[in-house]
Design a protein around this ligand. Structure first.
Ligand code: ARG
Length: 458
């Protein structure tokens, strides 16, 4: 018989049973369900709602059940619908009718809310660890390749040269904001819902604070309706994970580009690349491509969760069971993505020779020539036009600004002197951007030190 079968005369239709059951995906909540039940049973005994002996029996039964599940000796049954009823049934088989006292002053509605809070709390700390590992990989590459200059882009057109380290560090700061979002989420989920009952509280003299203390929550929900119907922390989780996936996807896109022969900036390590079944020469960036591709499903889960919630009246509705698969999938997507990206970044080879050649026919020093004219008293707008004409001239001659002879430059602007050639070298162009947060080696060194300190990376 079903745990709730008392008022039913007929068996559940098989398809209804399958459709309404959640055990196939909420089974992974078992460690949290058991830990929460132990805290609840201890509180019931301490408050005199069950006897101390009953409390002990229930807690010991739950502990032995946990050990058996851990050892893989337990199978859950679809007939028992979800993880909560499966565990209650298994406990009853172990310790008999006293197991039925565990659900005193509790509903599955506040129970599942508690389980999900504990699950998300652990997930947040694993995600934050993954983010930090990737930051460390980026910081190490930034530090190792501190002198390397690459073209910087706007509109994916060459704009101004920058340090490759500066580019890597941009991702480190993005990820640092991701950690801030995760820590906000950590605060949101640090609120204990148990004791709300089905929706209105309970007639028993429970001590919610005791349960919160045992399970290390800093506060409790002050409204029982809110406690059982709140899924805002899952929106926060899905938003935070979506933002991380967005960052990983942008970085992935760059790795895919950079590892083409056309760019040729990096070569992925063999262990982080894959081949083609037909073309023997291929080395494909499958990992970044899949990270980029998988970001979409996480965004989908965020929209899915909003859609589940937006029309729900208070308090619990079965729709809320739909909160789990998307959250689990988002976490199962982001954790390996972070790990694989850290591995890809730390093992890839930077093709420094190719990068040095990158400026041979390049105009990314044009702004610096305009700034030079400005320092000689020419208004910026006019300087812009003069340099534009010189660029056009160089293109016609098949060269770049450094390839124009002084006479030609002076014909465009008589104030130009010999020192312009030193100024237009990529190294000088980069070194000149010493403003705070800029790409000059001095500014990037400062930035690197700050990043290491703030991210807690050695
Ligand atoms: N499996 C359910 C869920 O995930 C647990 C709560 C069920 N509560 C209920 N009244 N049917 O939401």
């Amino acid at each position: 018989m079903k745990l709730w079968g008392g008022r039913f005369a007929e068996d559940t239709n098989a398809l209804v049973l399958k459709y309404t059951a959640s055990i196939s995906f909420d089974e992974r909540l078992w460690p949290y369900d058991i830990r929460g039940s132990i805290a609840h049973a201890r509180m019931l005994a301490d408050c005199g709602i069950i006897s101390p002996a009953e409390g002990r029996q229930i807690i010991e039964g739950l502990e032995s059940l946990a050990a058996d599940i851990e050892a893989g000796e337990v199978t859950f049954a679809l007939d028992d619908e979800d993880i909560h009823m499966n565990i209650e049934r298994l406990l009853t088989e172990r310790i008999g009718a006293v197991a039925g006292k565990l659900h005193t002053a509790r509903s599955r509605n506040d129970q599942v809310a508690l389980d999900m809070h504990m699950f998300v709390r652990d997930a947040v700390s694993s995600i934050a660890d993954g983010v930090k590992e990737l930051q460390a990989a980026l910081i190490r590459q930034a530090e190792t390749h501190l002198g390397v200059i690459v073209p910087g882009f706007t509109h994916l057109q060459r704009a101004q040269p920058i340090l490759l380290s500066h580019h890597f560090l941009a991702y480190v700061w993005m990820l640092e904001r991701d950690k801030a979002r995760l820590s906000f989420l950590g605060e949101q989920v640090d609120r204990m819902p148990l004791g709300a009952g089905a929706l209105a509280g309970t007639t028993f003299p429970i001590d919610r604070q005791q349960v919160a203390n045992e399970l290390q929550f800093s506060s409790i929900y002050e409204n029982s309706l809110d406690a059982v119907s709140d899924r805002d922390y899952l929106l926060d989780l899905l938003y935070s994970v979506s933002t991380i996936m967005t960052h990983l996807s942008r970085l992935s896109e760059e790795l895919v580009l950079w590892s083409t022969e056309e760019f040729g900036w990096v070569e992925l390590a063999d262990q982080y690349a894959t081949g083609s079944s037909m073309m023997p020469q291929k080395k494909n960036p499958d990992v970044p491509e899949l990270i980029r591709g998988k970001s979409g499903r996480v965004f989908g889960h965020l929209v899915g969760m909003f859609t589940v919630l937006k029309g729900l009246p208070l308090a619990y509705n079965k729709d809320l069971q739909e909160d789990k698969e998307g959250v689990f999938d988002a976490i199962d997507t982001v954790l390996p993505a972070l790990k694989l990206m850290a591995g890809t970044i730390s093992t890839m080879r930077i093709r420094e020779g190719r990068l040095t050649d990158a400026f041979a026919r390049d105009f990314s020093n044009a702004t610096d020539l305009a700034d030079y004219l400005v320092r000689k008293g020419i208004p910026f707008r006019q300087a812009h036009a003069i340099v534009g004409q010189l660029v056009q001239l160089a293109i016609l001659q098949g060269t770049n600004l450094l390839g124009l002879d002084l006479g030609m430059m002076q014909a465009a602007a008589s104030v130009i002197e010999e020192d312009v050639y030193e100024l237009l070298r990529p190294e000088s162009v980069v070194a000149a951007r010493q403003s705070r947060g800029g790409t000059a080696p001095s500014a990037v060194k400062l930035q690197l030190a700050l990043a290491k300190e703030q991210c807690g990376v050695e």
